[in-house]
Design a protein around this ligand. Structure first.
Ligand code: FES
Ligand SMILES: [Fe+2]
Length: 396
């Protein structure tokens, strides 16, 4: 049960909701313990929808991709235009259907003895089928998972029941539809990190680390008056307008040439627990961190760049250059953040400190509260001793 009635969303041309530092609600053991990891898998991740790919990655009939999602091997496949997701395990004798990360095959066929499967997950052709008489239909089907799309993003859910994707995404649905349309898939990449998934997520929730970690790509964090936070029950947002320098003005020019209005806004939104959408006029990016153990995780980025709708040669050339440049910068930023995670995890494992959260980092407080509320229950919350969240310090 989530209890957010004490939190307020503040819409204002400026700034942080809290004017006083906040307590670090999670303790170091929440980033290291097997017990906490299991609780998070069960209560945060099992009910969640997970962004796993762009439609373009499985665009043609027969295209497939595989991934490990929360200790579950998954296969996503295009069946004559329809996308379906299954457990990547064969009901015959448990082999993975395929070990390939992606590919194209006319039939969904198990790599071991060649059983074939239909888009419903039932069996098709089976070599020497007579050897299996009488046929045990109930134990010969693939296990399906729910799959749905928002824009060109493909999401999977590991539970058979629960909210639809649209209900899960809620108020961000229209915004996240823009992964697609004028924006075209440019690249998907992922990397394993030696840290708890919350280390990655919390890094993404604050701009405070910019001068130390991104001194060349971002340079400095925005002043409070040009940074805006939204703190809600389902998600938190950050918006700013990057300073207008030569590079941003050149990008504005390209964006106009591609036939799209210039907003100049950078947005970063995290839908609990892990779906992270960020955007500038030039790109849309969906990132997702998946725990793979108490102190390991995998971080996946699905990156789209602006294509616009103009079909002339100049628009094509600008799209190609923007795609190359924006993908390079996104991967560079990803690598810069990635270089800090292991050090944070090692410090966490040895820390005697309680930790503290600054107002610029306030989204982390709300994220931590969400984690605790949903894994430990309100009674165990140290929050009850805290007197400084939004209800005390927020204006409005
Ligand atoms: S294990 Fe798949 S066909 Fe035998
Ligand atoms: Fe960063």
């Amino acid at each position: 049960m989530v209890h957010y009635s004490r939190f307020r969303t503040r819409y204002s041309p400026e700034m942080f909701t809290n004017q006083h530092h906040l307590r670090h609600l999670l303790r170091p053991e929440h980033y290291t313990s097997e017990d906490q990891y299991r609780l998070e898998l069960r209560h945060l991740f099992k009910p969640a929808w997970h962004p796993v790919a762009a439609r373009a990655e499985v665009a043609r009939p027969g295209d497939f991709l595989t991934l490990d999602l929360l200790e579950t091997p998954i296969l996503v496949r295009n069946f004559d235009g329809e996308l379906r997701a299954f457990l990547n395990v064969c009901p015959h004798r448990h082999s993975r259907l395929t070990d390939k990360r992606k590919g194209n095959a006319a039939k969904l066929r198990c790599q071991y003895h060649g059983w074939e499967f239909t888009k419903e997950g039932g069996t098709g052709k089976i070599p020497d089928a007579r050897a299996f008489r009488p046929w045990d239909r109930d134990n010969s089907c693939l296990k399906p998972f729910r799959l749905d799309t928002c824009g060109d993003l493909v999401f999977i859910n590991l539970s058979d029941t629960g909210p639809s994707l649209r209900e899960w995404i809620g108020p961000l649905w229209d915004v996240w539809q823009s992964h697609g349309g004028a924006y075209r898939h440019a690249a998907t990449w992922e990397k394993e990190f030696e840290c708890n998934w919350k280390v990655v997520l919390e890094n993404s929730l604050e701009s405070y680390h910019i001068p130390e970690v991104h001194p060349h790509t971002f340079k400095d964090f925005p002043p409070e008056e040009s940074a805006w936070h939204e703190l809600t029950e389902q998600f938190t947002s950050f918006r700013t307008t990057p300073p207008r320098d030569f590079a941003t003005r050149s990008q504005d020019w390209i964006i106009r040439r591609l036939g799209v209005p210039v907003t100049k806004d950078y947005w970063h939104r995290v839908l609990h627990p892990h779906a992270t959408g960020s955007s500038l006029d030039s790109f849309r990016m969906m990132q997702c961190v998946f725990p793979t153990g108490p102190t390991t995780c995998r971080y996946r980025s699905i990156f789209f760049t602006l294509r616009g709708f103009r079909k002339n040669p100049l628009a094509w050339a600008l799209y190609r250059s923007l795609r190359t440049l924006a993908t390079l910068v996104a991967k560079q930023v990803f690598a810069e953040d990635g270089a800090i995670y292991t050090g944070v995890q090692r410090g966490m494992a040895a820390s005697p400190h309680a930790g503290v959260i600054g107002t610029r980092e306030e989204r982390i407080y709300y994220f931590q509260k969400y984690v605790l509320d949903n894994t430990r229950g309100p009674r165990e919350l140290p929050l009850l001793e805290v007197e400084t969240p939004a209800d005390v310090n927020a204006v409005g």
